[in-house]
Design a protein. Sequence first.
Length: 59
Amino acid sequence: MPVGDPFQQEAGGVPADLPVHEGRTPLARAEGVRFIGYADGVYACRLASGRYRLTARLR
């Protein structure tokens, strides 16, 4: 994938009511991250070039 192209990432296994973060920033406010949606237990995001660490604290 060429540098600078956006990338769509999907992450499953996280319930919709748990907050997801990139580092310490909520996913909705993370720079370079665009939330696409949540369906069937899978978060979908579009990511700009860079490094990301997506986390969720499971109960």
